[in-house]
Design a protein around this ligand. Structure first.
Ligand code: GLP
Length: 261
């Protein structure tokens, strides 16, 4: 995408989240997300960023890789963290999030070796690994957390009922998440994961959440309306809504129809 290209969007008025943009397609939303992320790095070349994994992010990271290739943005001084990783999970397995981050972020965007921070999905003691990662996150002020949304409106692998003050921890995945993952990501995805906690996510300076399609629209609808409660993990974002941006496509927006007007 050419530098400065304007992607049109409609704004959704919401009482707590300051920036909800609706794009005509997921492609447009992904390009706008890449622009949003690269603008942050142009202003702050040493930014620390938390990267989500999953299908939603693939076109975003590809668009960023193209920008890097065209010399439009430089990630080499940025620090890269990830949001979550299955446990136990070999970092070379096809569903490893560490592998995804290695290939689509570290290598594709040219993050320097010393600025790459991965969770170890094979750690003998995952709780100790979660504490180690939490310590790294607390030493660093995260400038941007990039998020997707999943079953039960989870963010990272913070499942229904996770207290909002929870830091990086070993999570038991819900049956809904396990079923989704085994259908979409392979038969052997684990039942546990190390995840940044909601408290880590909320302490980022900015948060960008992406969700496309009707299923994500329904998770978002639950999170953006009604109670702010640990039973709907993404509803926690409304507590810090002035630093949250949500980019969605028309299809996800249709699931929110009539909710805000
Ligand atoms: C998960 C992961 C998240 C990810 C989300 C969306 O459950 N824990 O890190 O952001 O799914 O994934 P997808 O974009 O594949 O739907």
């Amino acid at each position: 995408m050419k530098k400065g290209k304007i992607l049109t969007f409609k704004k959704l008025r919401h009482p707590e989240i300051s920036n909800i943009r609706i794009f005509q397609s997921s492609e447009h939303a992904s390009l706008a997300a890449a622009q949003f992320i690269s603008d942050i790095i142009r202003h702050n070349p040493t930014a620390a960023i938390t990267y989500a994994t999953g299908e939603t992010m693939i076109p975003v990271y590809s668009a960023l890789a193209k920008m890097v290739g065209h010399g439009e943005v430089d990630f080499s001084k940025t620090k890269a963290f990830h949001l979550d990783e299955y446990h136990p999970c070999n970092p070379d397995s096809p569903h490893s999030f560490a592998r995804y981050i290695r290939e689509r972020v570290f290598e594709a965007l040219g993050i320097s070796e010393e600025n790459r921070f991965l969770m170890n999905g094979l750690a003998k003691n995952p709780k100790t690994e979660a504490s180690r990662y939490n310590f790294l996150l607390k030493k660093e002020k995260i400038d941007l957390a990039i998020l997707g949304i999943g079953p039960g409106s989870h963010i990272g692998f913070n499942e229904k009922g996770t207290p909002f003050d929870k830091e990086t921890h070993l999570a038991n995945l819900s049956q809904e998440t396990i079923d989704r993952d085994r259908i979409e990501r392979g038969q052997n995805t684990p039942e546990h994961a190390i995840t940044q906690g909601i408290s880590n996510i909320l302490s980022a300076k900015k948060i960008l959440l992406l969700g496309y399609g009707s299923k994500k629209g329904s998770y978002l609808g639950a999170a953006l309306t009604g109670s702010i409660t640990p039973d709907i993990p993404a509803s926690a974002l409304r507590l810090v809504g002035d630093k949250v941006s949500v980019f969605i496509d028309n299809e996800a927006a249709r699931s929110l129809d009539g909710v805000f007007s």
